[in-house]
Design a protein around this ligand. Sequence first.
Ligand SMILES: *Cc1c(COP(=O)(O)O)cnc(C)c1O
Length: 382
Amino acid sequence: MEEFQKVVDFVKEQYPNKGFISLHEPIFIGNERKYVLDAIDSTFVSSVGAYVNRFEEMMAEITGSKYTIAIVNGTNALHLGLLLADVERDDEVLSQALTFIATANAISYIGAKPVFIDVDKETLGMSPIALTKFLEANAELRTDGCYNKGTGKRIAACVPMHTFGLPCRIDEIAAICRKWDIALVEDAAESLGSYYKGKHTGVFGKVGIFSFNGNKTVTCGGGGALVTDDEVLAKKAKHLTTQAKVPHKWEFVHDQIGYNYRMPNLNAALACAQLEQLPMFVENKRELAAKYKDFFKEVPINFIEEPIDCKANYWLNAILLDDVKQRNEFLQFTNDRGVMTRPVWELMNRLPMFKNCQTDDLTNSTCIADRLVNIPSGYRVK
Ligand SMILES: *Cc1c(COP(=O)(O)O)cnc(C)c1O
């Protein structure tokens, strides 16, 4: 308990003017008001407008991807990404048991089935070793794609996730996907501003997606983005997200089942103002992470650092306790004292909707699920 008190004191020192200290909350100290009012004055508040275009340009520039499509939220961006990767009903999609529910939900919207692969202990993201092991034991490459020998189903896509903004070993995963003819859809919802070997996360596969929900590093209330280097896919994405309407001055012709998935201009205005501050946001978070790193050297609790060759946005800082019992004591102790802490998400395969999905041994996922706690990571404004 002495150590727990030290953690509480340290966190409170970082946020001197705060009563209750949350895990993360957005701050609006740039051009947010100006741009949102401008969007209102323009009357373009819905899914067409100058800020939507500007947002797409800014995201392409930040990520280094050729095309960005503004989407209504991250979950729907992921749904769209899987459609663009030609995932179909009854296909299988490889993903992580340790992820936010949106990843598994988006796969299910199509009627595809998630298969849960273990994560690395260092990155908390999909383990390339576990992925190879699973494929070698369970998959076969046919002329028309990769198939699961046990279920007879096609393995259409792989969706690794950059947990808490820590980049996973994405280039190795991309190479494995190429070898096995599996489409790579990167869930970079949490990793805006995070880089793997100098390259922004989200640009290693066919498509990548980002979220701008209120709890993420950059928010626009609700919002998402899909990035790709493929012009054909980018065009398809825009078409599908606008009800698949064939452009015409007055006729309502739609040539397939589409979606109302575009980000409204009102949200894009907020997003543009927030994106302008991304370098400052990431610097702010990295400064705090550096302080945590030093602090936890003196305390017998394991702080999770960015993997080698990576620059993490440190969206949410994370520590590992010894076991479930100690984790629960820590959660109780800190939350009782106004310091918000949270366990990691329940593993997907433990939820009723996904309990029958195929998994590998999930050794690391299980270990992490029992021990990991997120600690306050919000911006410190002077
Ligand atoms: C936040 C998040 C999403 C979904 O984003 P929304 O904008 O909330 O729909 C998807 N995947 C992961 C891993 C996330 O953390």
